[in-house]
Design a protein around this ligand. Structure first.
Ligand code: HT7
Ligand code: ZN
Length: 880
């Protein structure tokens, strides 16, 4: 197969102005009649054949301008419908297809989930419903008539506003008609039919229009949708206040389903969600679940403007809607919660998910140049790095110009399918800046490295900083041009006094840089000298993580300790503690690999003691400091010849050293933060619980009586956050308490699928030999199913992505197991299978023995001759 290339983009030869769908829902034989109004596109090729996309379709009938066409002629295949020399004037097509939603295991197009019919059309699922120009630059106005047995689907929903509904006389059937006045690409089409419960509310927009809000869930789960509804109303208000964006239809509906390939989908006026991002009660959802629900609800809602009103010209522009919308949801969460703690969490995610992508064989541009399978480009690079680029743009041009650029973008491109160039041009125009170099961030992959050297001249009271940027080669990109990199910096004394930034006329920092504290690197090297510094300052670099780069700066241990205590930038206060811990862990890994013991460092323990002492001021922040770099973070820092067992041992030793060195403090903190009363999901309460559980976790690492505390917490905690934290701590310690707790948990939650996902995931992550046997046994558990994506991800995904030592077991059993499951899953659900295979993304960084075993497993996958395009693409790129 040939890749699809951005450079080959051509406007469509035909446009489809109107789509009228008449759909009779049936589990095995749904009938779809699509009536399309087409016309030649003045921008397309005159007289071209009309080639409509299909995917596994069964055509029953075809009419052109009312006249039947022979469907047995060879211009029809399940995957394509070609009409040679269609009229040069506007014309109509009527296409009837028959679908089997019950047999749709790919969960793309129309499928069944629980008691509902639902659709997923992004990226190319609409072609599994009817033949169409399935590309995002074909925008149409849709009317949809849905018909079903009243008992099978009492609820009938589609995009837009409902214009009619009635029982069909003399039958047990009924229908509903929905009209969406906003032209949209077919990937935003959705329907839901089913027997569902609902909660309803209203929202009055800034201009006074009342919008009916509905969230549809499985019967009996209605109370668990209340938080999602609250988050939705807050998101709607926030988008008005911060971006001036109002909602535009009379209705906004959300449906939660339990079988879903991703998190949620922003279909116009009818969002469809993985129920994991809707349902929450204090008994079944953790604080993290609540925060994710808030973020995903906001994300999908914000797409109404960034994605729906302005969509993407082609799938290469995916970051135009996804990166921008992630940026918007990050800002929303920062405003709803603690900005500092959200920033730390977002950067943790970026480093954990996107940095390895950029450093491995799957590296790609934020805006890719080519693809074989678009479903494989819903990546951390497009989403998370894409969001960082928007954030960086705001840092570079300032908040005011950023807002003006957004306003211009909305005004100029509303109702169109846009490109990244058009978006960036809006910001160039309002700021007067040339953003050509900034655009390189979209077309060069890899994480830039910025190395900084500092030299302090005591006599001159001057500090010279030498910056050097570079970027390693990535697949298909051997040479890189320099990026524009904003580095926010500050200088402070070791006791926390802030020094003004003063440079001389020859030293190169502009007045704007000095005023904002943001230095811009545009060349491979830059030297800056700061004056009026009576002592060697602590240099606080990349404050707030002002650019998605790797920073290499040899700060002294004294500097890091001082920063952890005093940096006025809270992100760097946290970063300094992480850098200190990382260095310590890297030294320990070396020693362990050489046959020695981990290094102990009383200074680090002391620094943490101070963090604990100061923790009442900001418990959530203290919890972030106590959360040491993860095993994968340490592996990433090591970069090559990685031994996951040595990393695990080093981290375990440090956890034990903290647990014993700070035993009294941790225990006292745990007691002092005891929960009482009702549960509140707000950030302050969640922060206290996070700190309390982090304290218990570290305490238990070194003190066996911690297990008694953890078991008591697990048994008596009324709410999920503390219950699962107790179980998670017990899971790290083999013994009767652990097995008792897992059994008790299952008994308690066996009717709560989302809670049972947590049960599977915790067991999959047990970092002990024997984990794989446990997982194999769990696969035969009646509650396990590979067909449900949440369940498959909970057990297999949690093992592959979260159990570093056992997935990377030195006998290769982890790789073999995951590869075999990928092949099994590929036959049913290629998207989920391909994503699971992404667990191999850092295989080349492993030590040679494991590397060989991982490669052998990947070669077994590639050797199969019936691979889906999804898995084939990932395995081929992984091995390249
Ligand atoms: N825009 C949505 C993407 C999505 C998706 C893509 C491929 C296959 C299934 C999918 N479900 C949802 C989600 C979002 O970013 O908002
Ligand atoms: Zn999105």
């Amino acid at each position: 197969a040939q890749p699809i290339r951005l450079a080959d983009y051509r406007p469509p030869d035909y446009l489809i102005d109107r789509v009228d769908l008449d759909i009779r829902l049936d589990r095995q034989a749904t009938r779809v009649i699509a009536r399309l109004k087409l016309r030649p596109n003045p921008q397309g090729k005159t007289g071209a054949d009309l080639v409509l996309d299909g995917d596994g379709l069964r055509l029953k009938r075809l009419l052109l301008d009312g006249a039947p066409l022979d469907i047995h002629a060879n211009f029809v295949t399940p995957d394509r419908l070609t009409i040679a020399s269609p009229p040069h004037e506007p014309f109509s097509l009527e296409i009837e297809t028959e679908l089997n939603p019950a047999a749709n295991t790919q969960l793309m197009g129309l499928y069944r989930s629980g008691s509902a019919y639902c659709t997923q059309c992004e990226a190319e699922g609409f072609r599994r419903i009817t033949y169409f120009l399935d590309r995002p630059d074909v925008l149409s106005v849709y009317s949809v008539r849905l018909e079903a047995e009243q008992t099978d689907a009492p609820i009938l929903l589609s995009n837009g506003n409902r214009t009619a509904t009635a029982a069909i006389e003399g039958t047990s059937r009924h229908f509903a008609v929905w009209h969406d006045p906003f032209p949209k690409p077919c990937y935003l089409f959705a329907l839901v039919g089913g027997d569902l419960g609902a909660i309803h509310d209203t929202f009055t927009t800034a201009s006074g229009r009342e919008v009916q809000l509905g969230i549809y869930v499985e019967h009996g789960k209605e109370p668990s949708a209340a938080y999602a509804m609250d988050a939705l109303k807050r998101a709607m208000r926030w988008d008005e206040e911060v971006f001036g964006r109002e909602y535009d239809l009379d209705v906004f509906n959300i449906v939660a389903v339990s079988d879903f390939n991703m998190g949620a989908m922003e279909n116009k006026g009818l969002n469809v969600f993985n129920d994991k991002y809707i349902l929450a009660s204090p008994e079944t959802a953790t604080d993290t679940d609540y925060a994710q629900i808030e973020a995903v609800i906001a994300h999908e809602y914000f797409h109404n403007w960034t994605g729906n009103r302005i969509t993407c010209r082609d799938w290469f522009q995916l970051c135009l809607k996804e990166g921008l919308t992630v940026f918007r949801d990050h800002e929303f969460s920062a405003d709803m919660r603690s900005r500092a703690v959200r920033r730390i969490a977002d950067v943790r995610t970026l480093r954990a998910q996107q940095f390895p992508e950029d450093a491995g064989p799957l590296a790609h541009n934020v805006r890719p140049d080519s693809y074989y399978e678009i479903n494989n480009f819903y990546t951390a690079t497009v989403y998370e790095k894409g969001a960082e680029l928007i954030r960086m743009l705001k840092v570079l041009i300032g908040a005011k110009a950023f807002r003006a650029g957004m306003d211009l973008y909305f005004a100029r491109y509303d109702g169109t399918a846009a490109t990244v160039e058009q978006f960036i041009a809006c910001f160039a125009e309002v700021s007067g800046r040339d953003l050509t170099q900034f655009s390189r961030w979209y077309s060069q992959s890899g994480t830039p490295l910025v190395e900084v050297e500092a030299h302090y001249d005591a006599a001159a009271q001057a500090l010279t900083l030498d910056f050097r940027q570079s970027c390693k080669k990535t697949p298909g990109q051997d040479e890189k041009l320099p990026f524009v990199i904003p580095i926010e910096l500050g200088l402070l004394s070791h006791d926390g006094k802030i020094f003004d930034l003063v440079t001389g006329p020859q030293d190169g920092a502009s007045a704007h840089e000095l005023a904002t504290g943001v230095i811009e690197l545009t060349e491979p090297r830059r030297r800056l000298t700061f004056h009026a510094l009576p002592e060697r300052p602590v240099v606080s670099l990349l404050r707030g993580f002002s650019a998605p780069i790797s920073l290499c700066y040899a700060a002294s241990e004294d500097d890091l300790i001082a920063q952890t205590a005093h940096d006025s930038d809270s992100f760097n206060r946290w970063q300094a503690s992480q850098t200190y811990a990382t260095r310590l862990l890297l030294r320990s890994v070396e020693r362990i690999r050489a046959g020695g013991a981990a290094e102990s460092d009383p200074r680090f323990i002391d620094a943490l003691r101070h963090v604990l002492k100061a923790s009442p001021a900001d418990p959530a922040f203290a919890a972030q400091v106590l959360a040491l770099p993860g095993e994968a973070d340490i592996a990433r820092e090591i970069g090559a010849n990685v031994d996951p067992d040595a990393i695990f041992a080093a981290r375990k030793a440090l956890r034990e050293a903290i647990g014993s060195g700070l035993a009294d403090e941790l225990r006292a903190l745990y007691a002092s933060l005891a929960e009482d009363g009702a549960y509140s999901p707000d950030a302050a309460a969640a922060g206290r619980r996070a700190l309390r559980n982090a304290a218990l976790d570290l305490y238990t690492a070194a003190n066996p009586d911690g297990r008694t505390l953890a078991e008591a917490q697990f048994t008596h905690a009324p709410f999920m956050t503390d219950k699962i934290a107790g179980l998670g701590i017990l899971a790290l310690h083999a013994g009767a308490e652990r097995e008792r707790a897992f059994e008790a948990y299952y008994e308690f939650y066996k009717n709560e699928p989302l809670a049972i996902d947590k049960w599977f995931a915790l067991q999959a992550a047990i970092p002990e030999a024997g984990a794989l046997e446990r997982i194999r046994a769990l696969m035969t558990h009646p509650a396990f199913s590979l067909s449900n994506p949440n369940r498959a991800r909970a057990l297999i995904g949690a093992f592959a992505a979260g159990n570093q030592t056992q997935f990377n077991a030195p006998d290769g059993s982890g790789y073999d197991f995951v590869a075999a499951i990928v092949l099994q899953l590929d036959e049913k659900n290629p998207q989920v299978a391909a994503r699971l295979l992404g667990a191999f993304k850092s295989w080349r960084a492993l030590e040679p023995h494991r590397r060989g075993l991982a490669e052998a497993a990947l070669r077994r996958v590639i050797a199969q001759n019936r691979l889906s395009p999804d898995v084939k693409d990932i395995v081929e790129r992984s091995l390249n």
